[in-house]
Design a protein around this ligand. Structure first.
Ligand code: 6CS
Length: 297
């Protein structure tokens, strides 16, 4: 994979959100505090600690509509809004967001830098082996961001396999990178980019022929940039589903969270949140974590 990544690290203000970088060992100012989280690898009850601290620290990607960091530092988006509502039902006052690259989210969770991931971190075998996902909140789709008119006709992963000249922008450690690797797309066809905006710019500048990202994320980017098209759903990509992800030792939290999530899903508020962000609340009906954790990669 060729990298367009700038290994930047930044601590964004001292507001509700800090930025965690992928560099190993780079610690945020709060990584030594455990306001609601249990220590990595312990079975301390994160639920009791979060109730006491009044806050649950959540890793987000800032990729609307899955997650969004408002200019005042408020964390929102479909997943954090559901997490906040269920946390309140569990007696936890609020959530506090930490923005991190997808590739850092599970290591940061295991290191105790945050208590939970609610970022649209899609379930697949390797991730399900490292964290405890709650039942799914979101089931969504993947697309390609392409130059206007899709001149190279990129509509499926198979099209990338069939044309070794094609370069596909992906987020390092992201679900789409995993799809390409599982399909055995050579890494020299993969272009790593920092975030959604960088992926779009890579396509517009001709450094990549397409940007592989969730359909709704590309559509959100296209709202502010008419310089690229979003393809139909990529038919040969696996079903993408996500829920909150806790440490494997936080069993009490996952059990209690799932109970409250199931009850919350029966309320109009749940559907209102999903609808506000453009998701189909019913898309997750009947879909289980067990099923989604069968995704290869
Ligand atoms: O689960 C992932 O890794 C992917 N999820 C989202 C919401 N965006 C891109 C990322 O690769």
């Amino acid at each position: 994979m060729t990298n367009e990544l700038s290994r930047r690290t930044a601590l964004r203000g001292m507001g509700a959100v800090l930025v965690a970088a992928p560099l190993a060992g780079w610690l945020t100012a709060c990584s030594t505090t455990e306001p609601g989280g249990s220590q990595a690898g312990t079975d301390e009850d994160v639920l009791a600690r979060a109730r006491e601290a009044g806050v649950l620290r959540v890793a987000i990607g800032n990729e609307p509509p899955y997650t969004k960091l408002e200019t005042d530092g408020t964390v929102t988006g479909a997943e954090p809004d559901v997490l906040r509502a269920v946390a309140k039902r569990l007696g936890i006052d609020d959530i506090e967001g930490v923005q991190a690259p997808y590739e850092s989210m599970i290591p940061g969770l295991k290191a105790g830098r945050w208590d939970v991931i609610a970022a649209g971190l899609f379930m697949k075998q390797s991730r399900c082996a490292e964290v405890s996902y709650t039942e799914p909140v979101i089931v969504s789709t993947e697309s390609f961001g392409v130059p206007p008119g899709n001149p190279k006709g990129i509509e499926a992963v198979q099209d990338v396999l069939d044309n070794p000249e094609l370069k596909i922008a992906i987020l390092p450690g992201g679900f789409e990178e995993g799809i390409l690797n599982t399909a055995k797309v050579p890494t020299d066809q993969q272009v790593g980019v920092n975030d959604g905006r960088s992926g779009v710019e890579a396509v517009k500048a001709g450094r990549a022929d397409a940007f592989f990202l969730p359909t709704l994320s590309l559509q959100a980017l296209a709202e502010d940039d008419s310089g690229f098209d979003v393809t139909d759903v990529v038919a040969d990509a696996p079903k993408t589903g996500s829920g909150a992800a806790f440490r494997t030792g936080d069993t009490t939290m996952v059990e209690e969270y799932n109970k409250e999530l199931e009850a919350f899903k029966q309320t109009p508020e749940f559907a209102d949140i999903l609808d506000k962000w453009g998701f189909e609340a019913a898309a997750a009906d009947g879909v289980t974590t067990e099923e989604l954790c069968q995704n290869e990669g």
